[in-house]
Design a protein around this ligand. Structure first.
Ligand code: NCD
Ligand code: ZN
Length: 344
């Protein structure tokens, strides 16, 4: 049995780092585990200009602990009225690595999101020309579509037409949660990739209702049936180069989670690699982990892989019960639990 792995240092291709005191606390968990991260732009207000992206990147860098070598990769939040030149300039100036499509009202801070994907066609045309990836939150938001069907409906109603209209556009289907999405990406063209979170590989929708409402298992897209979780586990361990690591770590203060109308999001940055390794180990696929964590992502984005390596070993580690942030705290995924794998 493998007890130790040495792999190229991984990156996180989807993370929410927030701002202010929350940022100061959470960024160092991500920087400890990953060399680079694609930083989501859903602040309030969202990051929609080159200037805002550059300033946010500086705020992130200024609070990363000195000994950690970490590079935030910024994204632009697409709105109905986005100026394509802002995207072009942001990419040319090395500020924006990608742009994010949130359907309006899909999730946390997405009120400014896109109401009809046709509204951003001028921006997508520019991105296709540049080879700049489009990152999609793949859920439709009409109230008549069941919450558990939103991802599958998105494929039919939005993604397929979009891919037809922009056949050369690089698209990342973010945090996929269904067998429908897993199969669609697996069989799709090389321009289509997907991120998979650690938590969607670990639990299904029962976890949200185990003996009562469990707000810390509530995130968007919401966890689905067991057959979907199994499909995700199959594709990430299949060796396909189209799937890569994206934690969707999304911290919220405990009061915003444990509430009558609690926020969506799991804070998994303190145990992300541990959680992924649990899955790959259980699937007998540790030999497939390096490609998923460290190679497929940069290859898709057209970026170099990291040059450093890290050691992962089977030595128990306890995940904290709570992470203090100012006068409150955030409850991490696997809070208070012992996990088998750790960073060496
Ligand atoms: C994210 C957040 O809180 O910013 N929440 C979540 O459940 N994943 C937004 C998102 O990625 O949908
Ligand atoms: Zn997210």
């Amino acid at each position: 049995m493998t007890e130790r792995l040495e792999i190229i240092r991984p990156d996180d291709w989807h993370v929410h780092l927030r701002d202010g005191v929350m940022l100061e606390t959470v960024v160092n968990f991500t920087a400890h585990q990953f060399a680079r991260a694609i930083v989501m732009p859903n602040l309030a207000p969202p990051i929609t200009t080159v200037e805002a992206g550059r300033a946010y990147r500086e705020r992130i860098k200024s609070v990363v602990r000195g000994e950690l070598n970490f590079e935030p990769l910024m994204t632009c939040y697409l709105t109905d009225g986005i100026d394509p030149e802002e995207i072009r300039n942001g990419y040319a100036e090395g500020v924006f690595t990608a742009a994010k499509l949130y359907p309006a009202h899909a999730t946390t801070n997405s009120a400014h999101g896109v109401t009809d994907v046709k509204n951003i066609y001028p921006a997508l045309k520019v991105m296709q020309g540049l080879g700049m990836p489009l990152l999609v939150h793949g859920e439709v938001t009409h109230s008549d579509v069941d919450i558990f069907d939103r991802e599958a409906v998105f494929i039919e109603q939005v993604l397929i037409p979009l891919m037809k209209d922009f056949p050369a556009l690089k698209i990342v289907f973010e945090h996929i949660t269904t067998a429908d999405a897993a199969d669609f990406v697996f069989e799709g063209p090389d321009t289509l990739g997907a991120t998979v979170t650690p938590h969607h590989l670990e639990f299904n929708r029962n976890a949200i209702f185990q003996g009562g409402i469990r707000p810390h298992y509530y995130c968007l897209p919401i966890a689905k049936r067991e057959k979907h979780r199994l499909a995700l586990r199959r594709v990430v361990t299949s060796g396909s180069k189209k799937f890569f690591l994206g934690t969707d770590s999304a911290p919220h203060a405990v009061g915003a989670k444990e509430a009558a109308c609690g926020c969506a999001g799991l804070f998994n940055a303190p145990c992300a690699l541990q959680s992924y390794l649990k899955t790959f180990d259980e699937e007998g696929a540790l030999d497939k982990f390096e490609a998923f964590a460290s190679i497929n992502g940069p290859n898709f984005y057209g970026l170099p892989t990291n040059t450093e390596t890290i050691i992962l070993e089977k030595s128990p580690v306890r995940i904290p019960e709570a992470i203090l942030v100012d006068d409150t705290h955030v409850v991490p995924f696997h809070a208070g639990e012992a996990m088998a794998w750790n960073l060496g």
